[in-house]
Design a protein around this ligand. Structure first.
Ligand code: TLP
Length: 346
């Protein structure tokens, strides 16, 4: 029985075309700035977002964190949603690495408004206060269920942040998905943020690689932070080639993942004990509320024995199902059937 792996869109394996691109990549030592393929990818991503420069990192976490480290330091503050990846899934890096703290607001599925930011702005230069430095947005929002920020709302939040003298960081690990659904040009996303991080290793299917696009000066600062974290890779062009291939071939097809996730939601909601709202499935992440014996952990274990891999998420009884490049449309009914067997066996 072939496993259907719905744990994350990070589980994809590079196909023949991507492997050939990696095989053929021209490389050099990127710490010296000599890797032509890395340079090409960095220039391309900078141009996509209308920025002066970009820096490649092995992971999305490192991309977010060097961006944050370039924006905030000891005793300083980043405003973001309570469910943000930078707060919940990056090992406490904001404080552990930079000595900064997060101030969280309660968005709706990860999406908040200018009024939420205004409510937590610290007025004046009171010695009691942490210095606020940036507002971080996440689009699509992972814990929000792959939700897509309306561009008008992003603009309003960014404008307020800038008015208040704060920078805007955009965690765009899945910004490609948002772009495909919303039709908003990448340049528009780039225009409202001071630092934009994107991942090539999620929906786009590369084995590794993220980038941050920003000003040339900030990218130079981020290079120093990346080095400090041990992220100065040498012949990284082998990985950058996979990223270039992914940009050429795997952006538009994300629409299929979105359709598959919606279809899966329609089938899963018919399973007794599982509930989800297909209308809210905007991209490739599907959160399902679980009311079966033993809860989400029991369901995850039962699903595994039926040949479906998925993860329990967060504190509540929820599982997350993620569609991606390695899950064809034809596997969706089979995945739902296996989940039905798992749920009814409990
Ligand atoms: N998210 C992973 C896990 O860490 C939860 C996943 O499976 O979804 N920003 C966002 C919005 C992300 O979802 C992720 C990865 C990252 C950053 C970090 O990327 P990596 O895993 O490359 O460090």
């Amino acid at each position: 029985m072939d496993l259907i792996d719905l744990r994350s869109d990070t589980v994809t394996r590079p196909g023949p075309g991507m492997r050939k691109a990696m095989h053929d990549a021209e490389v050099g030592d990127d710490v010296f700035g000599d890797d032509p393929t890395i340079n090409q990818l960095q220039e391309r991503v900078a141009a996509l977002f209308g920025k002066e420069a970009a820096i490649w990192t092995p992971t999305g976490t490192m991309a977010n964190q060097i961006a944050i480290g370039s924006l905030a330091g000891q005793g300083e503050e980043i405003i973001c949603d309570r469910g943000a990846h930078i707060v919940n899934y990056e090992g406490g890096a904001i404080s552990a690495l930079w000595g900064a703290q997060s101030l969280v607001v309660d968005g709706e599925r990860g999406i908040f408004g200018p009024e939420d930011v205004r409510a937590v702005l610290r007025r004046g230069d009171n010695e009691h206060f942490p210095r606020q430095r940036a507002v971080a947005l996440e689009n699509t929002h992972n814990r929000g269920g792959g939700s897509v920020w309306p561009i008008a709302q992003m603009r309003k939040v960014a404008a307020l942040a800038h008015e208040a003298g704060l920078a805007v960081h955009l965690d765009g690990a899945r910004l490609w998905n948002a772009h495909v659904v919303s039709g908003v040009p990448l340049l528009e996303y780039g225009a409202l943020a001071d630092t934009v991080s994107v991942c090539l290793s999620k929906g786009l299917g590369a084995p590794a690689g993220s980038l941050v696009a920003s000003t040339r000066e900030r990218v130079m600062r981020m290079r120093r932070l990346r080095k400090r974290l041990g992220g100065g890779l040498r012949q990284a062009g082998v990985l950058a080639a996979a990223g270039l291939y992914a940009l050429d071939h795997h952006i538009e097809r994300l629409a299929e993942d979105h359709q598959n996730a919606r279809r899966l939601a329609e089938l899963v909601r018919e399973i007794p004990g599982l509930s989800c709202e297909p209308r809210l499935v905007e991209t490739n992440l599907l959160f399902v509320d679980v009311a079966v014996k033993g809860g989400s952990r029991a369901l995850v274990a039962a699903a595994r024995s039926e040949g479906v891999l998925c993860n329990a998420e967060g504190a509540g009884e929820r599982i997350r199902l993620v569609t991606h490049l390695d899950v064809p449309a034809s596997a969706i009914p089979e995945a739902a059937q296996r989940l039905r067997q798992a749920a009814t066996a409990l």
